[in-house]
Design a protein around this ligand. Sequence first.
Ligand code: ADP
Ligand code: ZN
Length: 614
Amino acid sequence: MSSAEQVLKQYFGYDSFREGQEELIGSILKGQDTLGIMPTGAGKSMCFQVPALIMEGITLVISPLISLMKDQVEGLNQAGVHAAYLNSSLTAGQYQKALGLAKQGRYKIIYVAPERLLTDGFLNFAVEADVSMLTVDEAHCISQWGQDFRPSYLKIAEFIEKLPKRPVISAFTATATKEVRDDIIDLLLLRSPTVATTGFDRPNLYFAVQAPKDKYASMKNFLQLHPGQSGIVYCLTRKYVEEVYGRLKDEGFSVTKYHAGLADGERKANQEDFIYGRMDIMVATNAFGMGIDKSDVRFVVHYNMPKNMESYYQEAGRAGRDGEAAECILMYAGQDVVTNQFFIDNNRENQELDEAARRLAAERDRERLRKMTFYCFTNECLRDYILRYFGEYGNSYCGNCANCLSHFETVDVTETAKAVLGCVLSSRQRFGTTMIMDTLHGASTAKIRKYRMEENPYYGKLAKIPVYKLRKVMNYMQMQGYLHVTDDGYAIVKLTEKSEAVFSGKEQIVMKMAKEEEHPAKVKKERRRKGIAAGYADYEFTETQEAMFEKLRALRTEIAKEEKVPPYIVFSDKTLMHMCISKPATKDEMLKVSGVGEFKYEKYGARFLACVQE
Ligand code: ADP
Ligand code: ZN
């Protein structure tokens, strides 16, 4: 076991790293500047917390949000790591005290707000301290291209220069666009950094779009199917929040609300009610969520369509951070487009820009809104749409979205495939995809005439199949290895050794294809439910296990109260589920459960063991 794996297990109780984590941690431990781009929930914190515990000296973590710092520090303390935060939520006295302890070397990891970096008090400490790493969390805040620009982030480079010894710099963000990435590297003055991007796919999230006549009724129905589960309902405006919240409350749902129009005190109290599990449902505007690391959110319903895919994926991505199945439902109505359009036309955020730049920004926003709207109308795989939007190539069928579960059918495309292969063969494997498709389709282009493809025996043979379908079949054949497209810059379509079996009728080609006629509104509820199971493979809980899970949850709540932390900080749902499945009987067995580290075991492992045994 590497020391990184040991730390992962000992402190956090996890057996293995997730995609990207090892590479990023390895890079940091080599002393290399590192930039990690990972979607929300992928596990960025582990990428700097693990090396922080291995390296000598202190790690400073710069983070924009007080709630985020508090949450992470609580989590670390629960895992037995000495950590603290320095931000404006502390009184002057508390701040001095924490700084004093930091000077004595009490903390391994210190979270600090960017505004503090260049203050005398903090600088005095930092130049004396042995800072081995500086981590910039939510690093996109440094970029004016990003959504949450924070001028104070621009001071980070200046701060680093004031340190007697330059620490390793690591930066993390979930925003992947090139402008933002370049800004991070340039403005933090990263030195030939390792840049690792992990896939944006979140396979445990189920996606669906609905366009119900009565949104409220539809949502209520959904909520009734998810009793006792934690979820967020996002609305576009405060007015919607108030309305939806009021109706749900009147109907007896366990619900709270959040928007910028509430007084600070109420907002904070409501947020905590939700995080600590005292309330199940949070109805909120997009003001809610940044930095909320509640891992057991089981659904995110968008009561309105948000302004762009970036916002949508970020908000929806707050579901299922524990890796368990979770649902993301978007409720569309034409009015949402109008409202968003209004926001764009009346955007006052770009006032410092000149007229031309402002117009450009508005045009860009409108384009983003269009793409968001397309998402609501596509019959294709929703996940694929999302991934393509973010520049990744997904599969055209994921099997865990409403479209895949209801708009797709299994089609035998062998005859089509045979014609494709025949056309490629008879034209002596000299042409690219477009030429083959045009020939099969019977097009009359200059190129077709030039190469006299009208005389090809397959000319016009597939005239009845729409081009886009033909393209799909060819893509699929390529993916499955029945066709090969050369990558020498000419993209010539060639046969493979698998082609023959199809051509001679020994092999059938069957694929999933989108049905055409259906509209999102027709998505069957019952089918939607099926997708949920996917996160946990094929495992089905027995009744006994369900009962055990409820008991473990109750115990967790009790302990959470004693420790004054949110329940998921004690153990995640996933950890409890693992206990139900593996039924640990001894300390060793308990330590094998994902999420049970030694420190936590010492603290309350025995109580969970006893509970499982019962
Ligand atoms: P991010 O900051 O990327 O949004 P977090 O760091 O909050 O994500 O991690 C999300 C969740 O995944 C947390 O509950 C965290 O404990 C868990 N997690 C992180 N790494 C692992 C791992 N290697 N194995 C299991 N769970 C992990
Ligand atoms: Zn899909």
